[in-house]
Ligand binder design. Structure first.
Ligand SMILES: Cc1cc2nc3c(=O)[nH]c(=O)nc-3n(C[C@H](O)[C@H](O)[C@H](O)COP(=O)(O)OP(=O)(O)OC[C@H]3O[C@@H](n4cnc5c(N)ncnc54)[C@H](O)[C@@H]3O)c2cc1C
Length: 481
């Protein structure tokens, strides 16, 4: 029997190769531009399947990618010519132990499934703001969410993970077992193995929350930024967070506008009182904010960001809101959207980070953003061709440069990489631990992991010295040249 036939015989899940009728479907990712033509897609059923797939790929020199929710815009869950360990078909459920206030999420579960299951018991934790995002990639890279003000990052609520490492061994990682591995995977992404199951703390959550979209013409930007600047260094209500966005309106008029996407973990009356400084700014184009079920809050953007479009994401941090920067960003967003017919959004994400700041910087590999203001650039474009991608990149770089223009001396060697999970240009494949190709520069590594990088490199040496897992900001093993 051939190696492949033996693999297929022992494997309990589904193996899909280019000859199979569902091959094209098996490659689907949220971003069409993150699709890659894998040689084998292995829809795993359990830890044994994952170990078999790793062993088969390694003995046949096939690069490995791991797919959770499939949302990464850089293609870090896809592989050109390699083997994809895909958890999204058979390992995508969530189970809740209401008494212990714990949720057990399979490695390929989506946040939609997570929220729907936990809310059956009136429980929730910090998770993705778009319901079709995966639990896996979002958690391993940190995980901002509407509930960050009350419960910290998604990763702050992770208490255990089942990890299949590069030699196929199944390990439990927690604060009691394999503690070094647990430290590394919380922020070190998929550098250490495949996580078949995540265990989270979940917290009592009311049925309804307040959110939605409020829209102003571009002329209101100065007043809206003034309110956000006044709020920025004030003590914050842990139940609140909001985003300010600039974009052209989606209707045929393509009016330059500014949008507020508020969130409040309370009633509409409490929320309107909390946000009255924003709502006193006039005139508004529309106010669609309202009280809604908690399970609906992360579906608000689902339809405008559907699976299968061409998407580019870029992120930077700003130290504080600034009207002059915001005006320059907005003018560029409106002009570039019209010039290239791209749908461009620039989003200032006012997460409430007070709770998350209480976790020490060295508690896990994840580098905390301090009090920085996370900025996200999203560009939706028409065609997955290199010429368009080059234009999109130029637009995103322009916006990032404007946004960071007031952030100090750009010659100091500091890299402003923003949040690691929002990066369409993250390096996604490194095959040789002794090569520098695809490995991050020291400055970028520092921007992503800070002082935790040395410890991460030692862990990579211990758990994955051959860079079997090399698709998401691969860390160079400590002893590599
Ligand atoms: C529309 C949209 C909304 C977003 N909203 C948020 C948000 O609210 N908060 C936030 O923090 N981020 C957000 N993100 C960023 C998001 O965290 C990343 O895109 C993340 O990579 C998505 O995880 P995934 O499992 O869906 O992706 P995938 O593409 O499946 O995986 C991403 C990376 O994680 C690895 N991975 C996934 N699952 C596993 C696993 N089980 N074991 C080991 N490795 C695994 C993959 O190998 C890959 O390297 C958003 C992104 C998009 C596109």
């Amino acid at each position: 029997m051939s190696d492949f036939a033996a693999f297929k015989t022992s494997f309990k899940g589904d193996i899909v190769t280019p000859e199979d009728p569902d091959y094209e479907q098996a490659l689907t990712r949220w971003a069409a531009n993150a699709r890659r033509r894998a040689a084998v897609v292995a829809f795993v059923r359990d830890e044994e399947d994952i170990a078999l797939a790793i062993k088969y790929a390694r003995s046949n020199s096939l690069p490995i990618a791991i797919r959770g929710g499939g949302h990464n815009p850089a293609g870090s869950s896809s592989s050109e010519g390699g083997l994809v360990i895909d958890l999204s078909r058979h390992l995508a459920s969530v189970r809740v132990d209401a008494e212990k206030k714990l949720a057990y999420a399979d490695g390929g579960a989506l946040w939609r499934t997570f929220n729907n299951e936990t809310m059956k018991y009136g429980l929730a934790t910090t998770g993705g703001t778009v319901s079709h995002t995966g639990v896996g990639g979002l958690t391993l890279g940190g995980g901002y969410g509407f509930l960050t003000g009350q419960h910290g990052f998604a990763i702050d609520n992770l208490i255990e993970a089942t990890v299949i490492i590069a030699d196929g061994t199944v390990l439990t990682a927690s604060l009691e077992e394999n503690t070094d591995l647990f430290w590394g995977l919380r922020g070190g992404g998929s550098n250490f193995g495949v996580i078949s199951r995540f265990v989270y703390k979940v917290h009592p959550q009311r049925e309804t929350v307040y959110s939605g979209m409020a829209i102003w013409p571009a002329s209101a930007l100065e007043d809206l930024i003034a309110v956000s600047a006044a709020r920025f260094n004030q003590p914050k209500d842990p139940r609140a967070m909001y985003m300010l966005l600039v974009a052209l309106s989606p209707d045929p008029s393509h009016t330059p506008c500014v949008m507020l996407n508020p969130f409040y973990n309370g009633s509409e009356a409490e929320a309107r009182e909390h946000y009255k400084d924003f709502f006193s700014i006039g005139p508004m184009i529309a106010d669609m904010s309202r009280e809604m079920p908690y399970t609906a809050v992360n579906t608000q953007l689902d339809d405008s960001l559907p699976v299968g479009g061409c998407y580019y994401l870029k992120s930077v941090y700003m130290s504080t809101p600034s009207n002059s920067v915001a005006q320059a960003v907005a003018s560029a967003v409106y002009a570039l959207s019209k010039e290239y017919n791209f749908k461009i959004m620039f989003i200032w994400e006012h997460w409430n980070l007070d709770k998350a700041r209480g976790v020490p910087a060295d508690a896990m590999a994840f580098k905390r953003p301090g009090s920085s203001l996370s900025c996200l650039i999203v560009i939706v474009y028409q065609e997955d061709i290199p010429e368009q991608l080059a234009l999109v990149r130029t637009c995103a770089d322009k916006l990032a440069t404007i946004a960071t223009s007031a952030e100090g001396d750009s010659t100091s060697g500091q890299v402003n990489n923003g949040y690691a999970n929002y990066n369409s240009d993250a390096p996604t494949e490194v095959l040789d631990p002794n090569s520098n190709e695809g490995i991050l520069s020291d400055a970028k590594t520092h921007a992503l992991f800070g002082d935790n990088h040395t410890k991460l490199a030692a862990l990579k040496q211990k758990y994955d010295p051959d860079l079997v897992f090399n698709k998401w900001y691969a860390v160079k093993p400590a002893s590599a040249k």
